[in-house]
Ligand binder design. Structure first.
Ligand SMILES: [Zn+2]
Length: 56
């Protein structure tokens, strides 16, 4: 089961999907660093992400 996270920074709404939580956290923080010059805590990513059907 893939996991999906949606960026809630102002009007960003970027959706990131990964096959595991570890990968998701990596990709979310790559996005946060690159686009928002920021980072997200693992717990926050876990809380904000949802399981989605299919592959990432
Ligand atoms: Zn974003």
């Amino acid at each position: 089961m893939a996991r999906q996270w949606t960026c809630n920074e102002h009007e960003c709404k970027t959706e990131i999907r990964a096959d595991s939580m570890e990968e998701l956290i990596e990709q979310v923080n790559a996005h946060m660093a690159e686009v928002h010059d920021s980072y997200e805590l693992e717990e926050m990513i876990e809380d904000a992400s949802v399981e989605v059907a299919g592959d990432a």
